[in-house]
Design a protein around this ligand. Structure first.
Ligand SMILES: Nc1ncnc2c1ncn2[C@@H]1O[C@H](COP(=O)(O)OP(=O)(O)OP(=O)(O)O)[C@@H](O)[C@H]1O
Length: 605
């Protein structure tokens, strides 16, 4: 790829300094001038040869990121480390909540024999004081709705399936209570550490928590949240993902590991090396972006992680699964692995998005897309922009095209080596290259501050995940109370299959339906029939997903969790319902969670 235009000479990274600048054509100079006049930043040139040849320098690998290192002489209160604090809680890493939290969907559906008692403030949750301090450092003033329910559920020792919209704080929902519970007994349960008198010594990793995620970038991001929540504690987080040199993984694990975040492939490899890792002491297994894990040919690895190898099979092993969507396969996996009394917590309709994202759909023929996106990027104020394509080749071609027209782009997909992926992510996160072009899967779950605009250059057809994928993609903007914009190019020749689902989501979020799709607007816009892949739940699990959109009150509100639980050998039995419902209603009222007219529950921030 020719990316030598506009080299940023101040960049210290050898891989992002072009070898030799090729003279620009007149057209290129004019394009570059236009982009800069419009306010786009300087371009950063990526020299992929340099990327290929660079070895592993520990400082540059995200997986070797600094964590708080506990020392035995600390006693009960560990000192603060201002430099590390600045890295973990300041600047580029830390998103702050936005002004528009009230627009997030807050209807809550809880199912299970035992209902967690929700709380409204972190102070009420009985958290370890060090975790409370870390929450304050992270500026989490109040828990998000999913956190209000998941934290008490974990405190009760329940297995949990948590479904809530993109950018609603699911990661902290499980990390906070797990870390807090373990901190109380860290001195007793902490894994082995190297001998400080023998500088080269390494230990076998014996994690207490394993968090499995589908992509490398997501693993790094969750590692960052774990570094924050484990700050000033005895618990040492580590991350292991494909592409990170095994030497570095080995070194980091060898320093001791209590919380391990991993992609399934790398975790499977490590499980085959019992001198490096044992899963025999794991107390919490978390599967994040669980629906994507099921789609992605990882079934064997997942089964091995859940109950294979030397995985701790004891009853004290808690399983948690999270996603913004909750398809049928995932439900059956939950039933296979979770305890009978697992609790299902859903905020809003599974697979829904929210009103903080303005969604536009524009009809664009395939051969006009490149010009259309170029014009679109100039039609608004420059800002961090995520562009999604369906194939790697389209990502490469579009990156090339926009870069050569003077725009500060970078790109990511699964054929890039890890060095390239980490650098692209860092460049986008820091705003150095504010336009990132990606395939959908590679950007799953990314949480990046101030993403103003998501563009679906290609809409995800059914082959590429359909409406579920669409919801995940646009969820890269409008996170945690911020507003965002999503623009999708609709190709009339290819996207017809998605049209009805797309219109339903637009209507649900009060977004404009374009004229060319208006004939698909449902007659009863308050009662849209979402196809949520739930029809085969013969044993009644269908109540996990409402088939009536917002009107899940009819399914779940009247008695809390009606059809679906009876006779389900893993779920609560019918007799558990009244008691649980009663408790939940009372608790909910006490805590300020009030049933609406139909009996479903709403949580206010
Ligand atoms: N209580 C809180 N108050 C303010 N910000 C929070 C709170 N909890 C989490 N956050 C921030 O919200 C952002 C989104 O959180 P997170 O990535 O966990 O969302 P998510 O629900 O997992 O999204 P997705 O489904 O897209 O992966 C993060 O930047 C996180 O630091």
């Amino acid at each position: 790829m020719d990316q030598t235009v506009g080299v940023d000479q101040t960049d210290p990274n050898p891989a992002t300094q072009a070898p030799e600048a090729v003279p620009m054509t007149e057209q290129q100079s004019a394009d570059l001038a236009r982009a800069q006049e419009a306010g786009w930043t300087n371009q950063v040139a990526f020299d992929y040869d340099a990327f290929q040849s660079m070895g592993g320098n520990n400082d540059n690998w995200h997986g070797a990121g600094q964590v708080y290192e506990w020392r035995d002489e600390y006693g009960d209160v560990a000192p603060r480390v201002p430099e590390l604090e600045a890295i973990l809680f300041g600047g580029e890493f830390q998103m702050r909540r936005g002004e528009h939290l009230a627009n997030l969907e807050l209807q809550v559906t809880i199912e299970g024999a035992m209902k967690p008692k929700p709380f409204r403030e972190f102070q009420e949750a009985g958290l370890h004081p060090v975790v409370m301090e870390n929450i304050n450092l992270a500026h989490y003033a109040r828990p998000t709705p999913i956190q209000c329910y998941v934290i008490p559920a974990v405190n009760m020792g329940l297995d949990v399936v948590g479904v809530s919209q993109t950018g609603s704080g699911k990661t902290a929902a499980y990390l906070i209570p797990i870390v807090s519970k373990l901190m109380g007994k860290a001195r007793r349960v902490q894994g082995p550490r190297p001998d400080i008198n023998d500088p080269g010594s390494m230990v076998r990793a014996e994690p207490l928590v394993v968090i499995v995620v589908p992509t490398r970038e997501l693993a790094m991001q969750i590692f960052d949240e774990a570094r924050r929540m484990c700050y000033r504690s005895m618990l040492r987080p580590c991350v292991a993902y494909g592409g990170l040199p095994m030497r570095i993984t080995r070194e980091e694990l060898g320093k001791g590991c209590d919380v391990l975040i991993a992609t399934p492939g790398r975790l499977g490899d490590l499980m085959d090396k019992p001198h490096i890792l044992t899963m025999s002491r794991v107390k919490y297994t978390v599967i994040d972006e669980a629906d994507e894990m099921l789609h992605s040919d990882w079934e064997d690895e997942l089964r091995k992680i859940m109950s294979g190898g030397d995985t701790n099979d004891d009853a004290d092993h808690t399983f948690l699964m999270f996603s913004a969507t909750f398809p049928k396969d995932l439900r059956s996996m939950a039933k296979d692995y979770m305890r009978d009394d697992f609790v299902r917590i859903r905020i809003g309709r599974a697979g829904s998005t929210h009103k903080n994202i303005t969604q536009n759909v524009i009809e664009v023929d395939r051969d006009r897309k490149r010009d259309a996106i170029y014009d679109l990027l100039f039609s608004m104020e420059p800002g961090r922009t995520f562009i999604f394509c369906n194939s790697k080749i389209t990502v490469d071609l579009l990156d090339d095209f926009l870069y050569n027209r003077g725009l500060p782009t970078t790109s990511i997909h699964s054929d890039r080596n890890q060095r390239e992926r980490e650098d692209a992510m860092r460049a986008f996160r820091t705003g150095k290259t504010p336009i990132l072009i990606a395939t959908g899967v590679s950007a799953r779950g990314w949480d990046i501050m101030a993403v103003r605009h998501v563009i679906n250059y290609d809409l995800p057809s059914t082959m590429y995940g359909g409406i579920t994928e669409y919801v995940h993609r646009i969820g890269r903007t409008g996170r945690i109370g911020h507003r965002g914009l999503a623009t999708s190019f609709y190709d009339p020749e290819k996207d017809e299959g998605l049209a009805q689902d797309l219109v339903n989501v637009l209507v649900e979020c009060d977004c404009d339906v374009p004229d060319f799709l208006s004939h698909l607007t449902p007659e009863d816009t308050k009662n849209i029939n979402f196809d949520d892949n739930s029809e085969d739940e013969g044993d009644g699990g269908a109540s996990l997903d409402d088939t009536n959109g917002h009107h899940d009150a009819e399914d779940t509100g009247a008695n809390g969790f009606t059809n679906g639980i009876n006779g389900d050998h893993h779920g609560a039995d019918a007799s558990a319902a009244p008691a649980a419902e009663e408790g939940f209603t009372r608790d909910a009222g006490e805590q300020g969670f009030t049933p609406d007219a139909a009996g479903a529950y709403s949580a206010a921030w």
